[in-house]
Design a binder for this molecule. Structure first.
Ligand SMILES: [Zn+2]
Length: 706
């Protein structure tokens, strides 16, 4: 059982456009999404308009409040217990009670498909509360709710840990896996889910003798502590005596008495000296943090070996597309060979992000202010709606929420409806900034889809969280191109959740191999950057003018500036992560490995006494899987080029995409899904070509702009 509901890898290389908001009248509500009130209600309310003296915008808001207050009270997400923070305790108790009964049932049921179903029910009863709480604890505006949710997460986490080390429960599953006749009679999805459940048991060392099992438990506890300590250490600012720095740059850093506090890399600062100083001070080696990292890596390695793997990387890559760590060594070399032309000569590591930005802005006129008026949120949502209906026969309908169902009044609920199959699930759109809400674009699974015992399908429920600026009263929310692309990206995750019609919630939608999870979302980025798609919805919110084609081309080309260097940086991170989680004991210190790998793979010189890896927080969350982003991007690129580049609205391809990829969630081996979609088995060279070919400049745009 796992509790990973939030996914999203956003490596630092993604460009962040400044936020811009337009003002002026618009027919679209402050949310920017048009249809939130059923047409009949709107018509009735519109008749009252002269009486109320309200305009359409405030009318929509007014009716929103009316409808909410008319609705019967419902808890958060319609879970009745959650109408107050105390309800988390009740929901938790209910889940725990249910899970106890299911554990007994699992242990007393003879091995068969029912075993897997009971395990999935068990996982569902706990995840339904834990996943929901995972979201509430980070995003609810009310502290009491956040606290109650945090408590629920902790308690359910403890129960999950206990269940993962429950020998009797494990034996019931083991009996099934050992019974060849029964296993052969199972369908592939059920077999895979049974194996995935077993995998969760194995990592806690349940198959070991008592002494080793105790060691595994101890190691797990220690690893968890080290992860937390390391993560905290990655953010801690460094201090330096202010006299060490030239006076004219001191003001860039926060003064604390005689010291200056350096809390980041100041990568966007135009002053070379400031960037250099920040780089050297912020990344200065720290012996405590170094000891933590080295113990973490060694402990992970010991744990992996204890439960039967060669290295931690071998364990982490189980069930992924990459399958085993060997593949990326080839890949790394290939990338390096193909991209060697762009190695830079005089730059230092603190220069790369800054000069990429400067070059991008200088060479292409891509001021977000020019683009924003064409991307009102309402237009973008309609663009997504049109695209999904063309490709997949799916429409998004705004649905009223009941009182207490949502946590902030600007949250919108979308029903996802298929033209013949009907309602598929719900997406809650929590798009706007508010105090105490994390600045992060994220997709959360709140409830997984699964086939229930009574034959009904439990509909999936997700939240999409963005950080869009609140627009001025009555004006539409305008998105920068980067925000528009992120919206498409997150919607790609949501569609994965909605269309992953798996029998088991353990493999619902985005609960799939890490290196496959970003394929559907990155694929949506290709749609967001295609002129034919953008032209369907990008209209100036005042004039209705379409976005000119050359502006879309310029934007796409600008992303290729220094893209090879950015990718090389990602390859360097991925390779470093693999070496650290590879064969132990490591041949050299982690700092020496950093130096060697940086010079070999990235090309920019290592700066003495710095230790960038001690700030690399992804080593915790993506241990041995940092490569996933590149892998997902390569697959998305292949799918785009082969299936959609010719016609991005091809319904037959859309259906193939749904059938071969989205429908399976994590219930099918990812590489088989890729093969099904591409109708061939891609080679390592194909993966590399897919990434490298995206870096090529488009000759036509070049000519046009010259
Ligand atoms: Zn993502």
């Amino acid at each position: 059982m796992q509790n990973t509901s939030a996914i999203c890898i956003y490596p630092a290389q993604r460009s962040v456009f400044t936020l811009l908001c337009g003002t002026g009248p618009g027919l679209i509500g402050t949310s920017g999404i048009k249809v939130f009130i059923p047409q009949t209600v709107l018509v009735v309310l519109e008749d009252l308009l002269p009486v109320l003296g309200a305009n359409l915008v405030s009318l929509r808001q007014l009716s929103y409040y009316c409808l909410r207050s008319l609705g019967t009270g419902a808890g958060l997400f319609g879970v009745p217990e959650l109408s107050c923070p105390e309800g988390f305790q009740e929901a938790q108790n209910k889940a725990l009670q249910e899970s106890e009964q299911l554990v007994q049932k699992a242990c007393s049921t003879p091995p068969g498909p029912e075993t897997v179903m009971i395990f999935d029910q068990l996982s569902d009863s706990l995840c339904r509360v834990a996943d929901l709480a995972d979201f509430v604890k980070v995003a609810h505006p009310d502290f009491a709710f956040r606290e109650a949710a945090e408590e629920a997460c902790r308690n359910i986490g403890t129960v999950v840990e206990k269940l993962n080390t429950d020998v009797e429960l494990c034996q019931s599953l083991r009996r099934l896996l050992a019974d060849e006749t029964v296993m052969n009679s199972l369908d592939p999805e059920t077999r895979r889910v049974a194996e995935l459940f077993m995998f969760d048991f194995e990592i806690s060392g349940i198959h070991l003798d008592e002494e080793k099992r105790k060691k595994a438990v101890d190691l797990n506890v220690r690893i968890l502590d080290l992860c937390n300590e390391f993560l905290i250490g990655t953010h801690i600012p460094n201090k330096i005596d202010k006299h060490v720095l030239p006076e004219h740059i001191r003001y860039n850093f926060t003064a604390e008495g005689n010291y200056l506090r350096v809390a980041g890399l100041h990568a966007d600062c135009p002053d070379d000296l400031v960037r250099e100083a920040a780089y050297k001070i912020f990344l200065h080696s720290n012996s405590q943090q170094l000891a933590r990292l080295e113990e973490l890596l060694a402990s992970r390695n010991s744990l992996a070996q204890l439960v039967g793997y060669d290295t931690f990387a071998h364990r982490a890559l189980q069930g992924t597309m990459a399958k085993n760590p060997g593949i990326r060594h080839v890949w790394k070399d290939m990338l390096r060979n193909q991209m060697s032309g762009i190695l830079f000569q005089m730059l230092m590591p603190w220069d790369h992000p800054y000069y990429s930005g400067v070059l991008r802005a200088e060479r292409y006129n891509i001021d977000p202010g020019l683009y924003c008026p064409f991307f009102s949120l309402g237009a973008c949502m309609e663009g997504l709606n049109t695209l999904f209906s063309q490709l997949l026969g799916i429409s998004l309908y705004a649905e009223q929420t009941k009182r207490g169902e949502i946590w902030s009044e600007d949250v919108r609920k979308l029903a996802v409806v298929h033209e013949t199959e009907g309602l598929l699930g719900y997406i809650y759109c929590d798009f706007f900034q508010r105090p105490d809400k994390p600045h992060q674009d994220c997709h959360f699974t709140v409830r997984g889809g699964r086939l229930k015992e009574n034959g009904e399908y439990q509909l999936p429920v997700v939240v999409l969280m963005l950080s869009l600026p609140n627009s001025a009263r009555g004006a539409p929310t305008l998105l920068s191109p980067g925000m528009m692309e992120n919206l498409f990206h997150e919607m790609g995750h949501a569609m994965h959740s909605m269309l992953g019609r798996t029998r088991y919630q353990h493999v619902t939608g985005t609960r799939c191999a890490t290196d496959f999870a970003e394929v559907p979302s990155i694929l949506m980025e290709y749609f967001a950057n295609d002129y034919r798609v953008v032209n369907q919805f990008a209209r100036h919110y005042k004039t209705g003018q379409p976005l000119p084609k050359n502006m879309v081309s310029r934007l796409c080309e600008s992303k290729k500036v220094c893209a090879a260097a950015d990718m090389q940086l990602q390859v360097f991170y991925a390779v470093l992560d693999q070496i650290y989680h590879g064969k132990h004991p490591l041949k050299k210190s982690t700092t020496e490995i950093l130096k060697e790998t940086q010079e070999k793979v990235y090309g920019l010189p290592y700066v003495p006494n710095t230790a960038w890896h001690l700030r690399f927080s992804h080593l915790v969350g993506y241990g041995a899987k940092y490569y996933s982003y590149l892998m997902s991007r390569a697959v998305a690129s292949m799918v785009w080029k082969q299936c959609f580049a010719q016609n991005p609205f091809d319904r037959a391809m859309g259906e193939r995409y749904r059938r071969e990829m989205l429908a399976h969630g994590g219930g099918k081996e990812p590489m088989l899904m890729v093969q099904g979609m591409l109708q061939k088995s891609p080679s390592v060279e194909d993966f590399v070509d897919a990434l490298v070919s995206d870096l090529d400049h488009d000759f036509e745009t070049f000519i046009m702009d010259s």
